[in-house]
Design a protein around this ligand. Sequence first.
Ligand code: ADP
Length: 619
Amino acid sequence: MSKKQFKAESKKLLDMMINSIYTNPEIFLRELISNASDAIDKLYYRSLTDKKIKVKKDNLEIWIKPNKEEKTITITDNGIGMTKEELEENLGTIAKSGSQLFKENNDKSKDISIIGQFGVGFYSSFMVANKVTVESKSIDSDEAYIWSSTGVDGYTIEKSNKEDVGTTITLYLKDSTDNLDTNEFLDEYKLESIIKKYSDYIRYPIKMYVKDEKDALEEKTINSMIPIWKKKKNQVKDSEYEDFYTDKFYDYEKPLKVIRTEVEGLTSYQALLFIPSHAPYNYYTKEYEKGLQLYSKGVMIMEKCSDLLPDYFSFVKGLVDSEDIALNISRETMQQNNQVRLIAKNIESKIKKELNDMLKEEREDYETFYKAFGMQLKHGIYSSYGMNKENLQDLLLFYSSKEDKYVTLSEYVSRMKADNKDIYYASGESIDKIKMLPQVEMLLDKGHEVLYLTEYLDEFVIKTINEYQEKHFVNATDKELDLDSKEEKEELEKINKDNTNLLTIMKETLQDSVKEVRFTNKLKEHPVCLTTAGELSLEMEKIINNMAPGNEKVKAETILEINNNHEISKKIKELHETNNKEELEKYTKILYNQARLISGLTIENPTELTNLICDMISK
Ligand code: ADP
């Protein structure tokens, strides 16, 4: 018997195959089972068109048999088999796919669903085996043959006495090394779990002998065969989806929402998606990996396909099954693949629509969702510099002064008075603290709704959105907050002008701590408050300085505002008129520090402040 060499280009390919295309050795089993399933499909298909060929559908099956003594594992199918020529053609030339040819030679309109089409899967067996034999008898031949190869150095083909039509592949496993434990592929339990993981939905039974309680061997079908996402919607109970989710996606709580969708068209696929009811413990860390499982005709080809989900929907779990995705697609080619892109786009709009519906129809569930994943949506707006804002802004919720609950921006705007052009917000550590801000009290007093922002990203997100339905966002503590009538403004202008001298002394006392000191009409009972000019608010100043402690500190431009209708204003004007500069400076410092406290800021020099107060109360 002469040894035949693989075709030249095949050698290189084989080497590449073994060393780089597949990084995970256990998938050899997936490839061989998929080939076996294809072979059975082909036979079944032939039986539909060729009356001479009789198959009993119930007898079609795949067997997996490990042999610990021999260190072999065999995969047997009773599919179409291969002739001598086919063994040679299909297995002697890598990247030659018999399955592809079969499809081309047959009526495409018929329902043939063949997995293989690249002609490389079979060779993945050399990742775990140093010798592989393929014994096969074709439906078209009376003779059986055995193909045998130890890898790169070629193959032999001999006659065999196999009686039944079909194929048996035997892998002679390599010795275990530090990097590869081949013994685990002889372990029934491990094999079962690999089969369940990758090939659960192969449509023919995958059988094994397993030990029963009395240690006797019994036949067992490992795969469940019909994917839950292929069953008719009205035949699947909610609890089945929930069990499927908790089982496959390792969650102990049932999902908040199950989304099933099916698309027929240029790219056809089924998707089964889940929105979890809580964030996984590592969700907001670098360890969390987004992605959906990707199936090609019922065979799992990728456990986490990240290209199917945008980052801002990274919380979604589930799977996509498509006829149009090749079994051997790699992570690298995934991004360039048009089908994948198209599916990802559809899935994104589907998720968005479902979330929108939930927001409208199941508000309580939506709030649960938002508590877990709202931060991710906000991050989606902020991190894209607003590019995704159209997509996401209507999914945001903010805590509102109105009825003390979460509202959407559109709900806020729908309640605004016709002539009002601003959306008011205020930020702080907690809702209680924000409510106590003098500027907020005043806004509420005038009957406005105020959004209370308590999460560190909130204000940055608001700044990124910038404008919503032609309304601008205005921070309650911003100096631009403009609520006074023309007359009120003119009056205030005059007061500030008349007191220029006094205000200059106060500003000089506080030096660079403030940009300006002035009187205001907008405070009700509070003596003072701090407002900011420019882009940076006091909350943002705090956050930015906390985020990067080593860096140079940023500083918001603050303005000390004194309530002109408060007793204290009379007092300082009096001190100024009587030329009591020393006292005026002390008052200024105390007032400034009070304003800082009210805004939730720290005191720059506590000793000085306590001495000043002590001084004053001991008089
Ligand atoms: P692919 O499955 O992507 O076509 P493979 O390298 O896995 O590539 O297989 C090459 C070809 O060998 C298949 O297309 C098929 O024609 C043939 N083949 C592989 N396994 C079997 C089998 N169990 N029964 C019949 N034919 C097979």
